[in-house]
Design a protein around this ligand. Structure first.
Ligand code: UT7
Length: 330
């Protein structure tokens, strides 16, 4: 008999309607469309402008859509994991707010912090609960309102990030589809190459932290770029090798959308042509934990049961990894 696997049976998403284009950014900072497109692949991003809405709103909308697609009632959900670096509050967790918003009264819920690798870390966590045999239905959500921590006077970061959320429903399966393998790495970055310093217990919010822009993202782009390129390419090649996969076995690469050049390097290392790579960075920019489920959402109608997918991400921490799964959706 096949082992119990966690398989993705439905995907939902939320994207705010407002767009921030490269041409809009040209009016805000010293940059230009050509630089942004050629260095990152980004043309526009979505921004959640409504001041009354935050990450939990986007996460809940994505979750509702996934449940509806699966025909699963909120009360049937056992667990909700939200990967985010932009929680509504320090606590309670955004997952608790989602649990209430969608009426998943029988689910327990928690957030997971792994920056841009948040979704794949959360996916593996959710899968482990199902593989244990104790849980049957787990919502894994990647959601970030990056505009809430972006300094729109800093051209090195404001051109990159956008807002959005994606959610997948994981269900127990014994038909052979589902999450087959995962590799995760962490390398504690005490130099803080990618960091939001203010607002935590080291630098609690104060006039000084606000004056010094410490509640915004700071990134040493070059240093992160080098690490991300090697990290994502190596771990993707490693998971292929460990599972004896040839490029023919991989139907789709689902990479974190941080920079088109990082994505291209990863695909090349895996021996995959661009026709097998999910790319939507041009439309949404880097939505941090949202990128991978948003790709799955955009491509869901082109996926068939049993298709081999490799998901890979790199992010602040540093955190990175890859997940090999076969598609379980219809
Ligand atoms: O998702 C989490 C992980 N994050 C990532 O993976 C992001 C990794 N890093 C990157 O994607 C890239 O490093 C960036 C897109 C952030 C920057 O691209 P780059 O090719 O590494 O540029 P750079 O930092 O080496 O800067 C090159 C030049 C500099 O000018 P000088 O010193 O050569 O005169 C920058 O000041 O480009 C300048 N520059 C800009 N010019 C126009 C930096 N930002 C901009 C800008 N518009 N927005």
């Amino acid at each position: 008999m096949e082992p119990i696997r966690a398989t993705i049976t439905a995907v939902g998403h939320f994207l705010p309607e407002d767009k921030l284009t490269n041409f809009d950014l040209e009016k805000m900072v010293e940059t230009n469309d050509e630089w942004i497109r050629t260095r990152t692949g980004i043309e526009e991003r979505r921004i959640l402008k409504d001041p009354d809405k935050a990450t939990s709103y986007m996460a809940a909308e994505a979750a509702k859509e996934a449940l509806e697609e699966a025909g699963v009632q909120p009360e049937e959900v056992d667990l909700i994991i939200v990967a985010t670096v932009t929680p509504d509050y320090i606590f309670p967790s955004t997952a608790c707010l989602v649990q209430d918003a969608i009426g998943a009264k029988n689910a327990f819920a928690f957030d997971l912090s792994a920056a841009c690798s948040g979704f794949i870390y959360a996916l593996t966590n959710g899968a482990a609960f199902i593989e244990s045999g104790r849980y049957k239905k787990v919502l894994v959500i990647g959601a970030d309102k990056m505009s809430s921590i972006i300094d729109y006077t800093d051209r090195t970061t404001c051109i990159i990030f956008g807002d959005g959320a994606g959610a997948v429903l994981l269900e127990a399966s014994t038909d052979g589809t589902g999450i087959i393998d995962s590799i995760h790495y962490t390398e504690g970055d005490t130099n803080c190459h990618l960091v939001q310093k203010g607002g935590g217990s080291r630098y609690p919010a104060s006039h000084e932290t606000v004056d010094q822009h410490m509640h915004f993202i700071k990134q040493d782009g070059k240093a992160v770029f080098k690490k991300a390129t090697v990290g994502m390419a190596d771990v993707s090649a490693e998971i292929m090798e460990r599972n004896n996969l040839t490029p023919d076995d991989v139907k789709w690469l689902v990479p974190h959308q941080a920079n088109l050049r990082i994505i291209d390097a990863t695909a090349r290392r895996m021996g995959l042509g661009t026709e097998k790579v999910m790319i939507n960075i041009n439309k949404y920019g880097n939505t941090t934990a949202g990128t991978i489920p948003l790709c799955l959402y955009d491509w869901k109608d082109r996926l068939s049961n049993g298709d081999g997918l490799i998901l890979t991400a790199f992010g602040g921490g540093f955190t990175w990894g890859a997940v090999y799964l076969t598609w379980g959706g219809k």
